[in-house]
Design a protein around this ligand. Structure first.
Ligand code: NAD
Length: 379
């Protein structure tokens, strides 16, 4: 399985456009099979629409709900020397099927952090006569952001804060365990990571859309966060990425005040760990996700991006009552992942895992299948 795929440091260097299209079609079919309960959302903007949670949110909005969708992403177009990035082909597949289904769909390629892309969205919404957006999904995962005000480029760093850490992970190329040691981040690295993955750009987007009158009365906006278990704590929640997520979560409160004037609301949804191109490059995550998959599949609790999004829409964002949140105002769809019984089993796997038993203790095959599938290399 995947013997010919070239994988280096969590990045797959090969891809197959037809396979990417197939994966999008599978999700579209699954979303269409989920019933069209409720009328919302009707008009959806997804920032980071070509992969992972953003792609599933777009697919579920369109094919599960019948909404018009605008998607923004930054993907590599094919050129003479090499093919495009997987998200490039995902976007084409989505648009093709949406058009066949008479669903309005506009896909824009550009740097979502730039002012130019924000203007492009405003113009496209007018040109294509979008209804004001009643849902804005913020699902960017990026290693880099150029601040549109200062022109300074900031980079994400994945490091612990305060003290060095070492963590066990799995080499995706050969399924062998390896230890990764990381030094603590500097103050500048922490600040840079917050600049890229915190809430500053989300706020710029919502202000812009609000100023331009492109937000519907009662609009909802949601961005995605992660908390995770003790085994990833040093590297994630207590590390640089966790600081950025705290900033994102605080931004939701600021945006809630802005949107109050039009009856709108802003949320951060804490999602479950899944296999995406972004999560594959975070040390500790591949082994943790493979262990989690084993446990959650065995307990019949496993969810992929689309199933998480379905639960987010149906049981959190669009219910008859108030949106259920935790005591910090966050939507929790990582509730099953963080169940005590699930985490106890994950911890048990960690206490026993070694290079001899890793393939039988964790669902490495499931992880690798999902990872290769993201690049159209399934089966
Ligand atoms: P992903 O890599 O699958 O998708 C990232 C998207 O962002 C892609 O559409 C990409 O084109 C787009 N993008 C990146 N830089 C861009 C730019 N400058 N301009 C426009 N588009 C750009 O990532 P994902 O894992 O789905 O992550 C989405 C969000 O979900 C992130 O905030 C992440 O932290 C969060 N999240 C992920 C997980 C997980 O396990 N994958 C869990 C919880 C929360």
């Amino acid at each position: 399985m995947g013997a010919t795929a070239r994988i280096s440091n969590g990045i797959c260097l090969d891809m197959n456009p037809a396979g990417c299209e197939g994966l999008v079609l599978e999700q579209i079919k699954a979303a269409g099979d989920m019933d069209r309960q409720g009328k919302e959302p009707r008009s959806v903007l997804v920032l980071g629409a070509s992969g992972g949670y953003g792609l599933s949110a777009r697919i579920f909005s369109a094919f599960g709900k019948g909404a018009q969708t605008m998607g923004v992403s930054l993907e590599r177009a094919p050129c003479e020397k090499r093919g495009g990035s997987p998200g490039w082909y995902n976007n084409i597949a989505f648009e093709t099927v949406a058009k066949q289904a008479n669903l309005k769909a506009v896909t824009l390629q550009g740097d979502a952090f730039s002012e130019a892309t924000k203007l492009q969205v405003v113009e496209a919404a007018r040109e294509h006569q979008f209804e004001p957006f009643d849902l804005v999904v913020y699902s960017l995962a990026s290693p880099v952001r150029t601040d549109p005000e200062t022109g300074v480029t900031h980079r994400t760093t994945i490091k612990p804060i305060g003290q060095p850490t070492s963590t066990l992970t799995i080499n995706l190329a050969n399924g062998q365990l390896k230890n990764v040691s990381l030094n603590p981040a500097t103050e500048a690295e922490i600040a840079d990571t917050i600049k890229v993955m915190g809430g500053e750009d989300w706020k710029l987007w919502m202000n812009k859309l609000h100023e331009e009158g492109l937000l519907a009365t009662g609009v909802k906006t949601v961005a995605f966060s992660y908390i995770g278990p003790p085994v990833s704590n040093d590297i994630y929640r207590s590390g640089t990425l966790g600081r950025a997520k705290e900033h994102l979560e605080a931004t939701a409160h600021e945006l809630a005040s802005l949107l109050e004037t039009i009856g709108g609301s802003a949320y951060v949804a804490v999602c479950k760990a899944v296999v995406t191109r972004a999560s594959a490059v975070i040390p500790a995550m591949p082994l943790y996700i493979a262990a989690l998959f084993r446990v959650m599949k065995d307990m019949d609790l496993h969810e992929d991006c689309l199933q998480q999004i379905k639960r987010l829409f149906r049981e959190r964002l669009y219910t008859d009552g108030k949106v259920p949140v935790d005591n910090e105002g966050r939507i929790r769809i990582d509730d099953w992942e963080l169940r005590t019984d699930v985490q106890e089993k994950v911890a048990e796997i960690y206490s026993k895992v070694n290079n001899e038993n890793v393939w039988s203790l964790v669902d490495f095959e499931g992880y690798q299948n999902d990872f290769l599938a993201l690049h159209g290399l399934k089966g």
